[in-house]
Ligand binder design. Structure first.
Ligand code: AGP
Length: 608
């Protein structure tokens, strides 16, 4: 996820763009850049690191005079954070500049087509394709060039475009990535999100999918991708400036929970091509995939919990033995890694010290390491042999939600790829699984809309002393994550237990009114989990059940039931975790805790 800003008007553009980008750093901050038209040509300045570096480099924008320009703060998806890959990107003649938020899914084939036509590329990014494609279609009519490009690209985009030949206008276009435009007496603005321009205007237009905007200093025109002019209704923003950075959400965690449909989609869809799973970044032939004899998944915290689910799904779908380790244990237990083993490390930040150490230990023993990572160019991403990015965008809240959900998707894709290649999944089953995967974003959206019901239930437990989460199989992995979400942001003691294990001691802690959350999404284990629910109820527990819509039987044993939509049991974690995330969030809010920055915690644990 990146942030883009554009301006054209009567004021100096660079300071306005820098100010706007500073309000979008939550969207990405590994590099930044601006393209400003100085009256005769477009000048581009880019820098690696936080936006402050660009501000210092351009003396607050003073060294880039001009009344129109575009700017970008990056969250790298394709190409590590460096000056070459930072946006804006130029065509070869430096007469067209573009900034982009999103993923051009067919960029490789467009790149090959343009190279065949003599174009040369300097960066590793998907975005640079847009600059050369605009050049290819530009014959003097900028709107025509923009719309022709939009008909060629697949994927998601929010664009800002500047043509040196037409410095009295800038262009914006949108598909799936957020984009707004606005106007005040000094000019017109483009932005990825409201915070960037809220200080200049509260009257904004939300650009809809496949719409194009031509912005001049004193007016804007809206078009479809077929160049038909359309009219749009403005929206008056009521938020205060601080709230706007969270796009109107009270906390980043809530915002990021609501981004899960998109981050699941962004992690999933680019890897599904022609009803098959294509994970180019694995860099492994089918032969090599078939040769894998064991997978070691190594991670910490929620990433470890995702790995636990990965174990059940990979062993279930691909019949490859999987061992899951806490990185802090793996690195010191002299692990037994045998020939044919593959190590998979999972890390949102890509900087977790224990996970990085586990990666290095594995490589030192001569084993290939696959990283499932969210931060492009992070230490783990750089040192892993291959990286499967989760494309969840920057996650600000310490308690992970959208990155965790994206990690699950990466593991499902890996499991299905392995299962298909190793002949464990037949064609019909594979297509049915693909169909269930594609439904997940909408189903997550549905569950998120349940938040008021969850908040009401959560308010009953802000005074709780102990909360237990139980489940069998994948439901145990879900329980681990549900328990961590609650305790790390509400400071209430919570434990997750394999449901069959509780009676081996811990059940002695169950008292009258103790909340036990029973996760039951695995049909072949419904009856077993119900027995465990009855056991704790007999000791006075209040049982919350999270289960599938079909499992009405559970109502006999549960005091409160949250249903999730039907999906393949292997993917149930992606749905069951949503109400548990919301539960932890609302208990924390109800207790008045600092949801986004819980005590004692850090977003990335870069020490042992
Ligand atoms: C999860 O909500 C926590 N923030 C924490 O457990 C986290 O998952 C763990 O520290 C691993 O971080 P990583 O994914 O960046 O490696």
């Amino acid at each position: 996820m990146c942030g883009i800003v554009g301006y054209i008007g009567t004021k100096q553009a660079a300071p306005i763009i820098l100010d706007g980008l500073s309000k979008l750093e939550y969207r990405g901050y590994d590099s930044a850049g601006m393209a400003i038209y100085d009256g005769s040509k477009i000048n581009i300045t880019k820098s690696v690191g936080r936006l402050k570096v660009l501000e210092n480099l351009t003396h607050g924008g003073e060294s880039m005079p001009g009344l129109c320009g575009i700017g970008h703060t990056r969250w790298a998806t394709h190409g590590v954070p460096n000056n070459t890959n930072a946006h804006p990107h130029f065509n070869a003649a430096e007469t067209i500049a573009v900034v982009h938020n999103g993923i051009i899914e067919n960029y490789l084939q467009l790149r090959r087509m343009l190279i065949d036509k003599g174009y040369q590329f300097v960066s590793e990014t998907d975005t640079e394709v847009l600059a050369h494609l605009l050049d290819y279609y530009y014959k003097g009519n900028p709107l025509e060039a923009v719309t022709k490009v939009l008909h060629r690209v697949e994927g998601s985009y929010a664009l800002g475009i500047l043509f040196a030949d037409c410095p009295d206008q800038i262009f914006a276009a949108r598909k799936d990535s957020p984009l707004i435009v606005g106007q005040n007496e000094d000019g017109c603005f483009i932005a990825s999100d409201v915070p960037a321009i809220l200080k200049y205007t509260r009257k904004v237009y939300y650009v809809d999918n496949q719409e194009v905007v031509r912005l001049r200093a004193d007016h804007m025109h809206f078009y479809t991708v077929d160049e038909e002019e359309i009219s749009k209704t403005p929206v008056i923003i009521e938020w205060d400036a601080n709230a706007a950075e969270k796009a109107g959400y009270e906390h980043f965690m809530l915002k990021e929970m609501y981004e899960q449909p998109k981050t699941v989609n962004d992690t999933l869809m680019p890897r599904i091509k022609d009803n098959d799973i294509v994970i180019e970044e694995l860099n492994m032939t089918d032969e090599e995939l078939r040769a894998i004899r064991k997978i070691h998944i190594v991670a910490c915290g929620s990433a470890y919990h995702a790995g636990m689910t990965g174990k059940y799904v990979i062993e279930g779908l691909a019949r490859v033995p999987v061992e899951v380790d806490l990185a802090s244990e793996f690195r010191y237990r002299n692990p037994i890694l045998e020939e044919g083993a593959m190590v998979v490390v999972i890390s949102q930040s890509g900087e977790t010290a224990d996970t990085l150490a586990a990666l290095r230990e594995s490589k030192a023993r001569g084993f290939k390491v696959l990283g499932i990572v969210n931060v492009v160019g992070s230490s783990i991403a750089r040192e892993a042999d291959n990286v499967m990015y989760t494309w969840a965008g920057p996650e600000i809240a310490v308690a992970t939600t959208k990155a965790y959900s994206a990690q699950l998707i990466a593991l499902y894709l890996l499991a299905m790829k392995l299962g298909r290649v190793r002949g464990q999944i037949d064609g019909d089953t594979f297509q049915s699984l693909l169909g269930d995967l594609k439904c997940l974003p909408d189903q997550i959206e549905l569950l998120l809309n349940n938040k008021n019901k969850i908040q009401k239930f959560a308010n009953r437990y802000i005074g709780a002393k102990d909360v237990f989460f139980i489940g069998r199989g994948i439901d145990y992995a879900i329980s681990l994550e549900g328990s961590l979400k609650l305790k790390e942001i509400s400071y209430i003691h919570s434990e997750a237990y394999a449901a069959g294990e509780l009676k081996h001691g811990t059940i002695s802690l169950i008292e009258e009114g103790t909340l036990v959350a029973a996760v039951s999404t695995q049909p072949d284990l419904y009856a077993k989990t119900i027995s465990n629910m009855v056991e704790v109820k007999a000791r006075g527990a209040f049982v919350l059940a999270v289960t599938c819509e079909e499992n009405k039987e559970i109502e006999k044993a549960a005091d409160y039931v949250i249903y999730i939509p039907e999906t393949n049991p292997y993917f149930a974690n992606s749905l069951a975790i949503i109400p548990l995330q919301l539960f932890g969030y609302y208990v924390s809010v109800g207790k008045g805790c600092d949801v986004d920055k819980p005590r004692n915690l850090a977003k990335s644990v870069t020490v042992e």
